[in-house]
Design a protein around this ligand. Structure first.
Ligand SMILES: [Zn+2]
Length: 277
């Protein structure tokens, strides 16, 4: 949670539901290189397969392995969630912004549309910020690494839609980037649909630790290349369509804060200064 003030009694924070709280005994992080954002969480499962594999869990598994791989290489990595908790998009973005993250990667897996065209190569989709060259470059690197790392797994056919590659998605009304996790962060950010929960063959792979690790390696190797090289990436494609609104959750409605541990009273002056948003 973003820390607004450090008090004698604890840390004044903005909670995931955008409330104020003074948390005692908080451990604080003051810098990070990369924020990894495991999509969905809590009551927002994301896609779920017929046999019960939930996107939110796959996203978190991959993020945690990627964190480990990057930490081994000396990168400071922060996740927007470490547990199965629902966090609104604005609060995820605040975590990255308040840490002055240099890069944000939102990790997702595509849902269950059975009409997606088939391909002999992985159909990873990476959405970048249309006005950021560095976001675009990272998207190209992540797509490139994904095709290599996931392509090592031999299956009959991958799902690959028209957005397979590095691309962007616009809100047709505003012309802005469509996804909140791409539009809102101050840092270069992408949203990646790593593979397809709608494809039984890919689901089979997603149940294996080896494949989850391959996805995490694609992310960590793309991050390392983005930081350490000028490589341009590849796989850029024109956006296939624009959307009006997501309706995909991630708002503040019905938000329930997780257990914050021991808390203290919020001084009245601070309550006024920071307000309830
Ligand atoms: Zn998702």
């Amino acid at each position: 949670m973003p820390v607004l003030e450090v008090l004698d009694t604890g840390s004044l924070v903005r909670t995931p539901c955008q409330n104020l709280a003074v948390v005692r005994n908080a451990s604080t992080i003051d810098r990070t290189h990369v924020v990894l954002d495991p999509g969905h969480g809590g009551i927002e499962s994301g896609s779920v397969t017929a046999d019960g594999l939930a996107e939110k869990d796959v996203n978190l598994d991959v993020a945690m392995i990627a964190e480990e791989l990057l930490s081994e290489q000396g990168f400071v990595v922060t996740l927007t969630r470490y547990t199965d908790v629902r966090i609104p998009i604005v609060s995820r973005v605040e975590i990255a912004d308040s840490l002055n993250a240099l890069l944000l990667v939102s990790i997702h897996h595509q849902g269950t549309d059975p009409d997606v065209p088939r391909s002999d190569a992985p159909g990873t989709e990476v959405y970048y910020q249309q006005n950021s060259e560095e976001s675009k470059r990272f998207a190209g690197l992540l797509h490139e690494e994904s095709v290599v790392k996931l392509g090592q797994f031999d299956i009959e056919s991958w799902f690959a839609g028209p957005d397979a590659g590095a691309t962007y998605r616009q809100n047709r009304n505003t012309g802005e980037d469509f996804y909140g996790m791409v539009r809102r962060p101050a840092a270069p950010a992408v949203l990646a649909e790593m593979s397809f929960l709608g494809n039984p063959e890919e689901v089979e792979l997603l149940r294996s630790p080896e494949f989850l690790r391959a996805e995490a390696e694609a992310i960590s190797d793309a991050v390392i290349r983005w930081f350490t090289t000028d490589d341009a990436g590849s796989g850029f494609v024109e956006p296939s369509f624009t959307l009006l609104s997501s309706g995909g959750g991630g708002g503040l409605g019905g938000c329930v804060d997780p257990d914050l541990g021991e808390t203290a009273d919020i001084p009245a002056a601070l309550l006024e200064a920071f307000g309830e948003s």
